[in-house]
Design a protein around this ligand. Structure first.
Ligand code: UDP
Length: 324
């Protein structure tokens, strides 16, 4: 099959490219590198079935030839990035979604958009089930991300209903793994970077807010399964293991094999208090659930960051243990 992927040089996008190439597909990869990195797909350069095009999918782009599957993964997914680029974030969720849907309509292709657990906002129901409509501040600092993803879902449903495009909506919960950018501000790279440097872990607020972390290979597996399903309504993909951020800091400390200090910084505005996916629907419809436990996933991620650091000479005396 011929696949078109936006955000292909991003963290999840690049792993999806790997998987599709491994399975024998042809991939046209789009990225404007606002947060994606050429290095994430450098190993695919020159592959006969892989082509990378630098372009902004919110503006015009060619998408020449006929595609069987269109994936819209482009997104500024880290709070640090979307707070710094709110208008680009809104455009990527809105105009870019429509542009990618138009390619799917043109070619009669299947379409999958990666939405987010942020659609639930600061949820009043716990854990979050797909039928919960959410509690989103429409004008807060995070609204550029949350509302554009909600729009992306609405536009995707509209193309499904009005044009009969075969669509899927994945609501992705916190995901981590190799190829996250160390400085992208999210809690996993932030804590691992701090641990590698032997610095205190910066816990925002009192650390009682919760998150659930899914390893990237599990996420890509969920996306692949969803893309083959007939389900048009949103499906949660994430790991149901819920931890407070303080507990998460303790897990990092344990992996480091020593007590890492914690410092507290102010809680960002509209930071959701709780987040845990209910994945019953994905289990039932896709036969999917995460397989990689947190310790193993973190070890792989640490190994990646350590290798990067050794390449750049950044972390001279790594404090964390290598994977088994
Ligand atoms: N967080 C933290 N320290 C950091 C970065 C994040 O305590 O250095 C917290 C953040 O306030 C949030 C959680 O960790 O409650 C997850 O944040 P992240 O930016 O990874 O993603 P989010 O789930 O908020 O989109």
């Amino acid at each position: 099959m011929r696949h078109l992927i936006s955000g292909a040089a991003g963290f999840i996008g690049s792993h999806l490219c790997d998987r599709l190439i491994q399975e024998g597909h042809e991939v046209v990869a789009l990225d404007n590198f606002i947060t994606g990195s050429l290095e994430n797909v450098a190993h695919l350069k020159g592959h006969a079935r892989f082509r990378l095009e630098e372009c902004n999918v919110a503006a015009g782009f060619s998408a020449a030839g006929v595609f069987d599957q269109v994936w819209h993964l482009a997104s500024l997914a880290s709070p640090k990035h979307y707070l710094a680029h709110p208008i680009e974030t809104l455009e990527t969720g809105s105009t870019a979604t429509r542009n990618m849907l138009e390619v799917a309509r043109r070619d009669g292709a299947r379409f999958l958009v990666t939405s987010t657990s942020e659609c639930y906002g600061d949820p009043l129901e716990h854990p979050q089930v797909e039928t919960y409509w959410g509690n989103v501040n429409p004008v807060g600092l995070r609204s550029c991300y949350d509302e554009s993803k909600r729009y992306a879902e609405a536009m995707t449903m509209a193309y499904s209903r009005a044009h009969g495009v075969r669509t899927n909506i994945a609501r992705i919960f916190n995901t981590y793994g190799p190829r996250m950018a160390l400085d992208d501000g999210r809690v996993v790279p932030a804590f691992l970077d701090q641990a590698l440097r032997g610095q205190p872990l910066t816990v925002f607020g009192d650390g009682s807010q919760t998150r659930s972390f899914c390893y990237v290979s599990d996420m890509v597996d969920g996306l692949m399964r969803l893309s083959r399903s007939e389900e048009r309504l949103p499906v949660n993909l994430g790991n149901p293991l819920e931890l407070t951020i303080l507990e998460f800091a303790q897990r990092i400390s344990r992996l480091a094999g020593r007590e890492l200090k914690v410092t507290h910084e102010p809680l960002p505005s509209d930071d959701p208090r709780k987040r845990q996916p209910d994945i019953s629907k994905a289990r039932r419809l896709l036969g999917w659930e995460p397989k990689v436990n947190l310790e193993d996933g973190l070890r792989e991620t640490i190994a990646y960051f350590k290798a990067l650091a050794e390449g750049s000479g950044r972390h001279k005396s790594p404090a964390l243990s290598s994977p088994r």
